[in-house]
Unconditional design. Sequence first.
Length: 138
Amino acid sequence: MIDIPENKDLILFDGVCNLCSNSVQFIIERDKRNKFVFAALQSNLGQQIIKDYNIDPSKTDSILLYRKGKAIKSKSTAAILIASKLGLPTNLLYPFLILPEFIRNAVYDFIAKNRYKWFGKKDNCWIPTPDLKAKFID
């Protein structure tokens, strides 16, 4: 059983990826309705979800969106659904869901494939500041 707070969606991200960590910080700054909690894919919870949902870690490429009672979303679909909850102007990405998933994911996969080269990689997972710690689950 995946235990996340009621009325929250869980964002799983690559904790050693600079782009992913910066994206989490971007989301936190814009999450005015306090809709999201976070966990690194490398965390105990991240590993549990990967196992429970038979997700191939080599194909997740940095982001998963877990919503209680709904299927796990990944790649461009996860990114767009997250953006849709963040208010203007970020939520204006929502209409891109009408594009075929294979097109959206081709762009997503290109960025994901090059994220370490373009944005760098940390030796360890990003550690949130004490005031942000409540938004993270292990």
